[in-house]
Design a protein around this ligand. Structure first.
Ligand SMILES: [Zn+2]
Length: 140
């Protein structure tokens, strides 16, 4: 039996409440429901993180998430949906199998995340330097 619990689900060795599946992707309800309908979308093949995931498969995973999104609204009455990718040790994850989280939201929280955040530790020039780095440009 594989060590990875998601690979066990893919292999039919562990139970999962399936929401969707095709030849490349499965979606099932998170066993630790943070909110009603919390769903995980995974590739059938094991990829440890986004850096090793083939771009086409990543696009397909996102397309499946987009296919599922209206069902949360129509069938569960969700007002919103958080689509989250968090994988790996640095994200405090214990399952190292790439996955997306679809987290329905039913009411606004009383703790809105404001954008822009006026107490940002980054100046505009810090952000411009970081953007140059991500674009692959050298420092001025
Ligand atoms: Zn796996």
């Amino acid at each position: 039996m594989p060590d990875c619990p998601f690979c066990q689900i893919v292999a039919g060795q562990a139970p999962a409440a399936l929401v969707f599946q095709d030849d490349q992707v499965m979606a099932f309800l998170d066993i630790a429901q943070s909110t009603h309908g919390h769903t995980l979308v995974i590739p059938r093949a094991h990829y440890a993180d986004i850096f090793s995931l083939p771009k086409e498969l990543g696009s397909h995973l996102f397309a499946v998430a987009m296919e599922l999104a209206p069902r949360f609204q129509k069938r569960l009455g969700a007002e919103g949906l958080n689509l989250i990718q968090s994988n790996g040790r640095a994200a405090n994850q214990t399952v190292f199998h790439f996955h997306l989280h679809l987290v329905p939201r039913y009411a606004p929280t009383d703790f809105p995340l404001r954008w822009p955040n006026h107490s940002s530790a980054y100046s505009r020039s810090d952000l411009e330097a970081l953007a140059r780095l991500l674009r692959g440009e050298s420092a001025p």
